[in-house]
Design a protein around this ligand. Structure first.
Ligand code: SF4
Length: 309
């Protein structure tokens, strides 16, 4: 068997993994992944996109410290600040290994593309009244493109529905620089790194929780409704909302497609409406468990509640 003629290297310009054909773009200056002289090891990338985060977080905790999210997330002063901090995180060794391993998969469809291979921050305006909460980035979707619900079938289905409702500027999210904008909608997830088999462990979910908790705090003044895609996101979100002061009933309401609950907020804030929706996974879509019409119906109800339709 002949080995594929592919170099797996680190791009010196972006710090991301590349799978490159030996014939592809020889002008790029790259390090081999085995090159110990590269400027930083995998999983410990300095921030390369967006404005630098403020504060002294990196002196408080190293990004590969399990306590890093607990230290770094609450210190984020704005949504933009939070989005700049998230990609530094390397608190879950299993997920750090997986997100980087997937970047080296050398799939023909993505050969030569630069993988993000880091935690994926939320996407959408910082004053969005509607939040969509998924599960975690897909290995060759958001883990590749660096943007939530971008680069795989799940993102295509979700974005097409948002486009149909006038909430997205295009129906086909393909890359972080494709010009897509969302109107009044933000996307996020309880786990920010791609997990094996799309199944984070409870420990990884809990370690990652401060990122979502802080995002909700920062979004809260404008937030009116949340669409939760799937049971994992539902179960991950309810404790975060309870900890932030929303009145989550006990026992906690069960997830279901079409379930809607209204939560009274902390003193002085408005109630928040939670909408359950089956996840836009390929499996759910291909089996017809979730149809485009079902998805549009839930999103439409949440958008009307949020006052953006
Ligand atoms: S899953 Fe969350 S806490 Fe774990 S490394 Fe990724 S961003 Fe950090």
């Amino acid at each position: 068997m002949v080995a594929a003629a592919v170099d797996r290297r680190i791009c010196t310009a972006t710090g991301c993994l590349r799978n490159l054909s030996r014939r592809a773009n020889p002008a790029l200056t790259l390090f081999r992944t085995s090159d110990t002289s590269r400027p930083f090891p995998l999983g410990r990338f300095p921030e390369r996109r967006g404005p630098p985060a403020s504060g002294t977080v990196t002196r408080m905790r190293a990004p590969d410290d399990p306590a890093y999210p607990r230290a770094a997330a609450p210190a984020a002063a704005t949504v933009a600040d939070l989005d700049a901090r998230v990609p530094r995180c390397a608190a879950c060794p299993r997920l750090v290994g997986w997100r980087e391993e997937k970047a080296r998969d050398d799939l023909p469809a993505y050969r030569g593309q630069e993988y993000w291979a880091r935690p994926v921050p939320g996407f959408g305006p910082p004053d969005a009244p509607l939040l969509i909460v998924g599960l975690a980035p897909a290995a060759h979707g958001a883990n590749r493109t660096g943007r939530m619900f971008t680069g795989d079938r799940s993102g295509d289905v979700l974005c097409a529905a948002l486009y149909d409702l006038g909430l997205a500027s295009r129906p086909d999210p393909v890359a972080a620089d494709d010009g897509l904008t969302l109107r009044g909608v933000r996307m996020s997830s309880p786990v920010r790194c791609a997990p094996p088999q799309n199944r984070p462990t409870p420990g990884e979910r809990d370690t990652c929780r401060p990122w979502l908790a802080r995002e909700l705090e920062l979004l809260a003044p404008a937030l009116r409704s949340v669409v939760v895609l799937g049971a994992f996101g539902w179960q991950a979100l309810l404790p975060v909302l309870a900890a932030a002061g929303w009145a989550v009933p006990r026992p906690r309401p069960a997830f279901g497609h079409g379930v809607r609950i209204t939560l009274d907020g902390p003193a002085g804030s408005r109630p928040l409406d939670l909408f359950g929706c089956y996840h836009v996974s390929q499996r759910n879509v291909f089996t017809g468990r979730l149809t485009p019409a079902m998805l549009r119906e839930v999103l439409d109800g949440a958008a009307r509640t949020a006052g953006i339709r």
